[in-house]
Every structure is written in C-alpha cells, then in structure tokens.
Design a binder for this molecule. Structure first.
Ligand SMILES: O=C(O)CCC(=O)C1=CC=C[C@@H](O)[C@@H]1C(=O)O
Ligand SMILES: [Mg+2]
Length: 324
C-alpha cells in the first residue's frame, strides 16, 4: 500500500541573503512525504531562484504527476524530470528503501563573505582539517587577493576554497592572482569558476598554478567529467543537478579521473541540508561538503541541523496541498 503527500513551505531568510541579482527574502519549496507499509520517508524540492530552470509552481505540478505514478506503482522517469523534483523524490525513495544512510558529514567548510577576522576565529576553533570557503568577485579583485593571501599566511595549514561565480574577466583574475604569493597558491584547494568562460578559467589555472573547480560548468549542456591540468574538483549541487542516481554517477566519474567531488547546498532548508550531509558522508566521506548555509535562514524545517539553535517548524504547521 502506497500513499504520498505534498506540503508547501515558505521560510523567512536572514535579511542579507543575496543571490545573483536579487535578495532572497523567503525560501519556498515543497516537502514530499511517501508512505509505504506504514513507513514514512521525506524529500525536499526547492528550486533556487536565478539558478534553477524550473520555478516553484512548475516543480510542484510535476511533483504531483510523478507522485501519482509512484502511488500507482509505475516506474518513474526521473532523468527527464526537473532537477529539484528528481532530487527531492529520489531522496524520499532512497530514504524509504533505507539506501540513504542515516549518518551525515556535518563538518562544513565555514563560508565567509564578510569579515575575514571572523573566519580566522572560527578556523582556530575547528577540529581536524581546516577548510574554509570565501566568496570573491564581489569587490575589487586586488582586495580579494590580499584577503586570500592574508588568510593563507595567518593559518598556514588551511585549505582555502574560493568561489568567484564567473565574475572576473581574465584581467581581473590575473590581478587577483598577483596578490597571492606563489608559495601560498598550493594552500588554495580550488577557486570555483573564476571567469565567465570556462576556457578562460582553465587558462588562468594553467598560467597561475591556482587550481580551479567547476560548479556552473557542471550544469552546462554537454559537460563531461574529465581530468585537465589545473582542475581539482567538481561541485555538485544536487537540487540543481537531479536525481541521487545522477549525482552519484557524477561523483563516480569524478573519482575515476582523480577529481574531488564536493557536495554543496543550493540553500535547502534544514531538512534537505541534513539529507545532503548524509549523501556526503555516504559518497564523499573524506571531503568536507559545502553546506554552511543554515545561517542564512531564520527558521529550520522538521529537523534541526547540528548545533543550530534556530526554531524548528514542524510538518504539522505546513499546508498540505496534495495527497493521493
Ligand atoms: O558551496 C558552499 O559552500 C555553499 C553554497 C553556496 O555557496 C551557494 C549556493 C547556492 C547559490 C550560491 O549563492 C552559492 C554559490 O555561489 O555557489
Ligand atoms: Mg558558486
């Protein structure tokens, strides 16, 4: 016996969350509940504005069609579903089948987009490998270079991840690199997407010795996982990529050619974030995932994220919009 429900959520965000061009005031999405033989399982469908191709309404509509098929015992074609829908439904199915292990990797790479002194403080308190992520490309490239160099000098055993989100021209990327002393460059685990064009990013990595990682490029049509000089990692944001199967296939391809795969958030609620931590522990156990995004919310959903004290909204407070 199978049944399914779809709940809608709207969660208030912290005041300063800016996506590419807009402020994200409210995070909207859906919670999938599957029930089979009295067993319940959950998944989150949360298309990210400006990043996802689908919007929240389109995702909800498609989720209802697929869930009806699931209840009827049909095989689902998640490969052609919207990425957020495929991810949310496949997580719930994997949870039901006890395929998605319950232990998670909750060691996150602290994310810093403001004061680098706060980051030094957090890193000094961090157990084990010191990994941090800073957003670059928002201010002067020279300033970014100085900040990166300062952090690498202050914490020599740190592995720094940087993310430029394709903001730099090749010239600006060079200006950045100029301020990072050559002896510190190996401390940069990777710089995500320095330039608008992947070919410029690749040339930058090869010229400067600063490793890069693909994030946006992974979602470009025709992307293939391959080993290239200067490329260290691929970033996998499952909500933007698709089903668990698709994410795992990408992770396996990355490992096969010697690339690191980093599971990263698309600003899911604590429900989805916990599942991402479990996916990370399962498929990329030795890599710190990019999941330091709980701080962007004002509330949590259904489950709490370890160490987070924000209030938790229970499922009973959400509107159930569909069931079968
Ligand atoms: O990768 C991480 O450590 C956290 C996730 C993260 O930085 C992002 C998630 C989603 C959209 C973006 O605002 C941002 C990114 O630029 O990658
Ligand atoms: Mg990015």
């Amino acid at each position: 016996m199978r049944s399914a429900k779809l709940f809608q959520y709207q969660l208030p965000m912290d005041s300063g969350v800016i996506l590419r061009d807009q402020r994200l005031v409210t995070r909207e999405g859906w919670v999938v509940e599957l029930c089979q033989d009295q067993q319940l399982a959950y998944g989150e469908i949360a298309p990210l504005p400006e990043f996802s191709v689908e919007n929240v309404a389109e995702a909800g509509e498609q989720a209802q069609q697929l869930l009806s098929q699931w209840v009827a015992g049909e095989t689902l074609d998640l490969e052609s579903a919207y990425p957020s829908v495929a991810f949310g439904i496949s997580c719930a199915i994997a949870e039901l089948a006890a395929e998605l292990p319950v232990t998670g990797n909750y060691l996150v790479a602290p994310l810093c987009s403001g004061d680098p002194d706060d980051l030094v403080e957090r890193l000094n308190q961090m157990p084990g490998d010191k990994v941090a992520k800073i957003k670059v490309g928002m201010y002067e490239a020279v300033r970014d270079g100085i900040v990166a160099n300062m952090l690498l000098e202050a914490i020599p055993d740190m592995q720094l991840r940087l993310d430029a989100n394709r903001q730099w021209t090749p010239l600006k990327a060079q200006q950045f690199a100029k301020y990072v002393k050559p002896e510190h460059r190996a401390g940069i685990a990777f710089l995500e997407e320095p330039c608008r064009l992947p070919s410029d990013s690749l040339a930058f990595a090869q010229q400067t010795g600063i490793n890069i990682a693909w994030d946006e490029t992974v979602r470009d049509a025709g992307f293939e996982v391959k080993a290239e000089q200067g490329v260290a990692a691929i970033i996998i944001k499952p909500t933007l990529i698709g089903s668990l199967e698709r994410c795992i296939a990408l992770i396996e391809q990355a490992h096969a050619v010697g690339l690191t795969a980093v599971i990263s958030s698309s600003i899911e609620s604590s429900l989805g974030l916990n599942q991402l931590a479990r996916l990370a522990q399962w498929q990329t156990p030795s890599v710190i995932p990019g999941l330091d995004t709980m701080q962007l919310f004002q509330v949590q959903l259904m489950q709490s994220w370890p160490g987070c004290e924000l209030p938790v909204i229970p499922l009973s407070e959400l509107d159930m919009v569909w069931h079968k």
